[in-house]
Design a protein around this ligand. Sequence first.
Ligand SMILES: NC(=O)c1ccc[n+]([C@@H]2O[C@H](COP(=O)([O-])OP(=O)(O)OC[C@H]3O[C@@H](n4cnc5c(N)ncnc54)[C@H](O)[C@@H]3O)[C@@H](O)[C@H]2O)c1
Length: 422
Amino acid sequence: MVVRAVLVGLGHRTACYASYARHHPEEMEVVGLVDPDLQRLGIFSEKWGIEDDSCFISVEELVSQPKIGDVAINGTMDEVHVETTIPLVKAGYHVLLEKPIASSAEELSLLNDAVKQTGVKVVICHVLRYAPFYRAIKEKLLDGEIGDIIHIHSTENVSYHHTAVAFIRGKWNRREVNPIMLAKCCHDLDLLCWYKSGTNPTKVSSMGGLHFFTKENAPKNSGENCFDCSIERECEYSAKRHYVDNKKWGFYALAGQKNYERGELYTEEEAIEYISNNEYSRCVWKCNNDVADRQSVMIEFNDGTIATHDLVTNTARATRKIQIVGTKGEISGDMVSGIFTIRKANATYGRDFTEEEIDSGVADDLHGGGDLLLVKDFLSVVRGEKPSSSTTTLSDSINSHLIAYAADFSMKESKIFHFDNN
Ligand SMILES: NC(=O)c1ccc[n+]([C@@H]2O[C@H](COP(=O)([O-])OP(=O)(O)OC[C@H]3O[C@@H](n4cnc5c(N)ncnc54)[C@H](O)[C@@H]3O)[C@@H](O)[C@H]2O)c1
């Protein structure tokens, strides 16, 4: 069966998931588009050969017509996920929805109720569950390799250039809209809950704050904008270095630049002209950011397991790390290397432990190869096939989000958050 997909929110994430249809036309076809931005609508309709009568400027306009597809891929920005998904669900579209699902527990429950009433499938883009690295670890846990989990510690290291583009200059820099533990680490919290499936969180505490990317730390002689700054050539946060010289993060810094959106060549002059006039050239110490630049969370589950997650920004190298200690052994690894190690206590012949190194096979991809495997799995869920162990439906994803909201509360109020349903 070829699943007919309507793309909702024509940004870089949706483009990534939609590319599955190019690789597997026998499984998925793009049949409709929704975006209030007419430039993006025009570019995507050319790219996918979609006629005007299947292009819409809102989900309300789409659902006012008879259904044109089987599924919707919703890659809108965080703050409109729920308001755009509820009409799709009510109209009978199965939805692949970007994370985070919702910005509050109240919004999350509105969507959950709508999904329960209609019975459609809503799968959340927790792409890391599909990354071979995390999946291979899950299989070892399911096989009982390290016994019952006692403790998990995970870390996300967000590189200095990713921190600058997304959480200082960019779309996720305001805490009220996107608390960083929700925006950046709902994946990691989801992994903790997935590894601990069958249990629920009972308590959450968190500390963190914004202490480095503040006006007080601006270097002497720094300008307001990288293209008008006397120390730009010696600054590791230079917009010109990141987005023009190194051609990184164009899907944020050049979003809206016509040639970039069309996937055409653009000149260095065009890029400089565009970025010097948008928010991506602002000095990293003089932006309107108020999200934490570090945050740690501690979670207690109802079987006594403790999990901790550290979000660390401004690291030289981006990666995620995990250590899981169980009753019969431990697993530790680094996602970007793709390698994890299983160690087991072994006191024979003067040794302390045995050690096995496992290469999960995917390295140097920050989603560990998960993006398109997620689409593949979503399509099989829609076709009614047996879901994989990675499938993350709305109900599976609730705990990770409740932990993220609780962490933000705890950090702000300096209080432990107690879940009252356990
Ligand atoms: N799964 C992941 O690992 C991952 C990684 C990065 C971003 N994200 C998430 O993906 C989502 C999309 O991020 P992006 O950078 O691709 O966004 P983007 O800004 O590139 O695209 C969003 C698009 O949605 C459109 N839009 C706005 N309001 C709309 C509405 N009411 N109806 C339909 N379309 C609307 C915008 O015009 C824009 O074209 C975000 O929620 C983000 O947090 C997820």
